[in-house]
Design a protein around this ligand. Structure first.
Ligand code: ZN
Length: 266
């Protein structure tokens, strides 16, 4: 499959990610922070967090792409039912782990192929980073061989469950090295970055999450989670998506925008 980004259909840029564990803007001289923690910020491979936005189409009104990660665990019915009830399309990134435990939600998604496309979030939710690293406390794949397994076994699990080969890949934590990005692209996948962090890893409160969604503009690709039914963030996702709908936003799957643009010869 042609890489749409190479044709300029999707703007794609690599931004230097915050180093793993970076979270607070404390100065290194702050006495509260142990020196070892500061040193840890500068260790490990340089990580990249690709940003992905859709090209704007004049005259078609604002559109965003909703992308939901199903990392493991269960399914947030608040979000899934809201999407179905309102006929709102989304791209769902699933792991092999999530697929094993969620046959019924998957069947619900597959009953609405006009709404959902199922894409690759890896086999075991291991960051697709080809050198040893700890990202948000999760051990990275650590080698090119382990990255290949995470990506390919994730794709195979989706073929087994849906009969379809995924074309997008988003690794756990959405962070990569430059070389792991090249490796995954060479395996035939496009890297699914994003431009708006909707729910902060599903850890934000409902009102903050809704505000993040409200900040989306035409062309944004929003990331959130659909696997945490007990988190308050899910309530904010529902509110945020419905507020965008009320403002007249349209919702596109990642591949849908690709085809739309391609048909226009852009
Ligand atoms: Zn995830």
């Amino acid at each position: 499959m042609a890489i749409s980004m190479a044709r300029g259909l999707l703007a794609f840029s690599l931004l230097a990610a915050q180093p793993a564990l970076a979270g607070t803007p404390e100065a290194p001289t702050t006495p509260v922070k142990p020196l070892s923690a500061i040193a840890a910020k500068t260790q490990g491979p340089r990580l990249l967090e690709p940003k992905l936005v859709m090209a704007k189409i004049p005259g078609e009104g604002p559109a965003v792409a909703l992308t939901f990660d199903a990392c493991m665990g269960q399914t947030d019915a608040r979000i899934l039912d809201m999407l179905i009830d309102n006929q709102i399309p989304a791209t769902i990134f699933v792991t092999a782990r999530w697929l094993k435990r969620n046959p019924e939600p998957l069947a619900k998604m597959m009953a609405h192929p006009e709404l959902f496309e199922i894409e690759n979030h890896g086999e075991n939710h291991v960051p697709a980073v080809d050198r040893p690293a700890s990202i948000y406390g999760i051990a990275a794949a650590g080698s090119p061989e382990a990255v290949a397994r995470e990506v390919e076994a994730g794709a195979e699990a989706i073929v087994k469950a849906t009969g379809k080969r995924s074309t997008w890949f988003r690794g756990a934590t959405a962070k990569y090295t430059r070389t792991s990005i090249q490796q995954i692209q060479a395996m035939g996948f496009e890297i699914a970055g994003y431009s708006v962090n909707g729910d902060g890893g599903s850890l934000l409160g409902a009102s903050v999450t809704a505000k993040h969604f409200a900040s989306a503009r035409d062309g944004d690709v929003i990331i959130a989670h659909i696997n945490q039914p007990t988190h308050a963030a899910g309530e904010g996702v529902v509110k945020g998506v419905l507020a965008l709908k009320a403002k007249g936003y349209r919702f596109l799957k990642l591949s849908e925008r690709r085809e739309t643009l391609s048909a226009k010869g852009l």
